[in-house]
Design a protein. Structure first.
Length: 266
């Protein structure tokens, strides 16, 4: 049995033989998967390389929580940020969020925002955080990095429409994920375009992420000094921005590399 309070990445085998992976962070957050495979096709992601295999049921999401318990962990919060696009499995994910919330286990999720109609519903669910994975400041780059995600302009339009309907506390639960990719989206023009959009949503948190190394992938994150400079520049402009969590990379956590060793790693 794993020691409690330590970082731990573990596979969970489903009844039909598919496997997903979950990551327990010693801080008390358990990251679980909502699908086997993924249909979004982000080019930097190894987890979704084979496309979508199938959706997970509520019980299969709970199985990952139970497995964490069997390994000696006591998660205090859950994030649906593992393999899969949660909004492509909306009924099971919504039910899992609601059930967990009633049991005192708050659930956050990471999503590309596709489909937008589901995003509009999920903004108002009792989630503990909803992170929009955009990775771009412009529509053209967003289309390249999140190919089967939501339309970039329409996504911002949804946020604008729902912003006045959300309390300040709920607005603070929303964020934008930006995976820094050297030479792709880390230029000042791209980041400046995003910064200008974010100014309209002052409570929105920008989470900078660094890339999990994937062998044979052309994508890599900029060096630490460049990441620190980007963070300082955005913070200096009044953007509510967070530094990357180094454990996400050290553990190969996050949807980019889960199941890499047994699945997509070349
Ligand atoms: S990064 Fe996430 S949303 Fe994109 S393909 Fe991978 S699992 Fe899907």
């Amino acid at each position: 049995m794993a020691e409690p309070f330590r970082n731990d990445k573990f596979p969970v085998r489903l009844a039909d033989g598919h496997e997903v992976e979950s990551v327990y962070y010693g801080s008390g957050t358990l990251c679980i998967s909502s699908q086997a495979g993924c249909a979004v096709g982000c080019p930097f992601c190894a987890s979704g390389k084979s496309g979508l295999l199938r959706n997970l049921s509520v019980e299969e999401m709970q199985l990952q929580v139970d497995e964490a318990g069997r390994r000696g962990h006591r998660p205090r919060r859950i994030t649906l940020s593992g393999i899969g696009e949660p909004l492509h499995n909306p009924a099971a994910v919504a039910r899992f969020i609601t059930l967990s919330a009633t049991e005192g286990l708050p659930v956050s999720l990471t999503t590309t925002g596709h489909p937008l109609a589901r995003l509009e519903e999920f903004l108002h669910l009792p989630h503990n955080g909803l992170m929009l994975s955009l990775h771009a400041g412009s529509s053209a780059l967003h289309r390249r990095l999140v190919p089967h995600g939501a339309d970039f302009e329409e996504l911002w339009a949804v946020l604008e429409r729902h912003w006045p309907l959300l309390s300040r506390r709920r607005r603070r639960k929303l964020g934008v994920n930006f995976l820094l990719l050297a030479g792709v989206n880390d230029g000042s023009a791209e980041l400046q375009t995003l910064a200008e959009r974010l100014r309209t949503f002052p409570e929105l948190t920008l989470h900078l992420l660094t890339c999990n190394p994937v062998p044979a992938s052309p994508f890599a994150s900029p060096p630490d000094e460049a990441v620190a400079e980007i963070h300082a520049r955005l913070a200096g402009q009044g953007i509510n921005v967070r530094r990357p969590n180094p454990w996400r990379v050290r553990l190969e956590g996050g949807c980019g590399t889960l199941l890499l060793r047994r699945g997509a790693r070349p």
